[in-house]
Design a protein around this ligand. Structure first.
Ligand SMILES: [Zn+2]
Ligand SMILES: [Zn+2]
Length: 345
């Protein structure tokens, strides 16, 4: 397609990003061109925007930012047979090699040679985006594009919460950014007996309670371990979803988990964390790393949960802004006084 489009681009190796115009991208025989209807801001985008140590190592500017989106397919390559023009799609944002042992054994989410949309290839903070057909997830036509866009982080939450039994279990979600908030809603929808939300931001704790958390604990104000032990009659928590990346919070979770409990790690600490392995051993804890979404099991689960009527993620979308106001979106992310911020091109 000829013409230009507006994009939010990481133009230089420095903090910030610019709004600029760019040629509408061309696409290969196994790729599709999408007119973006909604594209949400992820923590990763904020890292790239603020130009933290991880971004400095990983990102090679210039790069169109963004990876969470939904939009309408406007053209498909000659070797595309599943996705059609007019389909509404979102995407699995991990573009995997399809050749390594992990990819060939149903574990493509931990592919050895994976590139990520908006990180390693141009992304979706744009009027148009190109993705491989295999990465496209076709949405129901009547799905709100903003919720369509949020399926990617919702997949992270579903992958974390459902990586072990959840029905009837007490669940803690530590770190209530957008994925944490989604995890609260998923745990609730999947029959957790009670959900404890832990954060340091009152806005997010409030939102967590609206989504069904029975107890919201501000770890700046209360002794989280003591409070949880008191509220669970000294039993502790069955499942903890770690979304904070905070070293102290990680150790608190080892302390408040019940013997035999599960600790699922999605948050990414910025440096090595010291932990008391004795506690993990003698409590018989299971600790698991969670990355991405299982391809494509998690996507089917997300679709099914949205269709079930028991999972309402709408309240997590707190801001819808025109693409041009991406800087305001990034400021909201920095303040923490938001759920999901969605940009509309
Ligand atoms: Zn994301
Ligand atoms: Zn692979």
């Amino acid at each position: 397609m000829n013409g230009t489009m507006k994009v939010v681009m990481k133009e230089k190796a420095q903090p910030g990003a610019i709004l600029t115009t760019k040629q509408i991208p061309s696409f290969g025989s196994k790729e599709i061109l999408i007119k973006v209807k909604a594209t949400s801001i992820c923590g990763t985008d904020y890292h790239i925007y603020s130009w933290d140590a991880w971004s400095q190592n990983r990102i090679k500017p210039p790069r169109v930012m963004g990876h969470e989106f939904s939009g309408e397919v406007v053209a498909v390559g000659s070797e595309c047979h599943r996705v059609r023009v007019g389909d509404m799609v979102s995407a699995e944002t991990h573009i995997v090699c399809e050749r390594c042992l992990q990819c060939r054994t149903g574990n493509a989410h931990i592919c050895h040679d994976c590139s990520i949309l908006g990180v390693d290839v141009d992304g979706t903070f744009a009027e148009y985006a190109v993705i491989p057909e295999t990465n496209a997830w076709v949405n129901d036509k009547d799905l709100d594009p903003a919720i369509g866009s949020m399926q990617e982080p919702l997949g992270n939450a579903v992958h974390t919460v459902l990586s072990g039994p959840i029905a009837g279990k007490s669940v803690a979600v530590v770190g209530c950014g957008p994925i944490g908030l989604l995890a609260v809603a998923v745990a609730k929808a999947c029959g957790a007996s009670s959900v404890f939300a832990v954060d340091i931001n009152e806005y997010r704790l409030d939102l967590a309670q609206k989504l069904g958390a029975k107890t919201a604990l501000n770890s700046k104000e209360v002794d989280v371990v003591k409070e949880i032990m008191r509220l669970t009659d000294n039993h502790g928590i069955d499942v903890s979803c770690e979304m904070s990346g905070n070293a102290a919070a990680l150790n608190q979770q080892v302390d408040f988990l019940a013997n035999g409990g599960r600790l699922s790690l999605l948050g990414i600490p910025t440096r090595a964390v010291e932990m008391d392995i004795n506690k993990i051993v003698f409590k018989g804890l299971t600790i698991q790393g969670i990355t991405g979404r299982r391809m494509y099991d998690t996507w089917y689960t997300v679709k099914g949960l949205l269709a079930s009527g028991t999972l309402d993620v709408e309240p997590i979308i707190t801001h819808r802004l025109p693409l041009e106001e991406y800087e305001k979106g990034m400021e909201l992310m920095k303040s923490g006084n938001c759920g999901k911020v969605v940009l509309i091109p």
